[in-house]
Design a protein around this ligand. Structure first.
Ligand SMILES: Cc1cc2nc3c(=O)[nH]c(=O)nc-3n(C[C@H](O)[C@H](O)[C@H](O)COP(=O)(O)O)c2cc1C
Length: 186
């Protein structure tokens, strides 16, 4: 089945992460981002693609820091709560009851339930007409001990981290009771 060029995301696996940032007043912001990738294996770099405009992007530019919270299956519901659009200056994590902890090296908080955290400082940005590619220098990466046993994930990565697929339609994840339409992803 040939698809329209932009439809390759129907079969391209993507992670479910939440990017946390803080605004200049120190108020946290959180948004699900799936267009996130490492830049080569040995480099401590991570890239994300952001639509324009985004509060996340504005905060990364002003504060220079962000946390990639890798959510996976256990915290997928928390990730979806962060997709709601609150006015600037509102702590959506607090509004949605998503628990946080302090990051080690940067000001934005971590989401407590995440499988792991990648703390980064803005290194570079490439701006297109409709998107921005943000490159962060990773200053701290940590796996959540809650999901580890003897230093290994206590569940298969396939089910714990659960990249999402659109399975040929607009439902991008369906497993047990989780099935979510994703109107916000272009
Ligand atoms: C699963 C999921 C993945 C998403 N991935 C991205 C992404 O990679 N880039 C992006 O710009 N928006 C993405 N979005 C949309 C934003 O999360 C959404 O527009 C959010 O409200 C933006 O919040 P902000 O303005 O506080 O940054 C995604 C949404 C969902 C539900």
């Amino acid at each position: 089945m040939e698809l329209a060029p932009e439809q390759f995301k129907r079969f391209f696996p993507l992670p479910v992460t939440v990017i946390t940032t803080v605004d200049p007043q120190g108020t946290p912001n959180a948004a699900p981002y799936s267009c996130v990738m490492p830049i080569l294996r040995p480099l401590p770099l991570i890239a994300l693609a952001s639509a324009l405009p985004r509060d996340t992007l504005r905060n990364i530019r002003s504060g220079g820091e962000f946390v990639v919270n890798v959510m996976g299956r256990p915290s997928f519901s928390a990730a979806m709560k962060c997709a709601k659009n609150y006015p600037v200056g509102v702590n959506e994590l607090a509004q949605e009851g998503v628990a946080t902890t302090s990051a080690r090296k940067v000001r934005p908080p971590r989401i407590k339930e995440a499988v792991g955290w990648i703390e980064a400082r803005l290194e570079n940005e490439m701006i297109g007409d409709k998107y921005s590619l943000v490159v962060g220098h990773v200053v701290c990466s940590e796996m959540n001990d809650a999901y580890l046993q003897d230093g290994q994930l206590n569940e298969l990565p396939m089910t714990l981290l659960m990249p999402y697929f659109r399975t040929g339609g607009e439902i991008y994840m369906k497993r047990d009771d989780i099935g979510v339409d994703d109107p916000s992803m272009q």
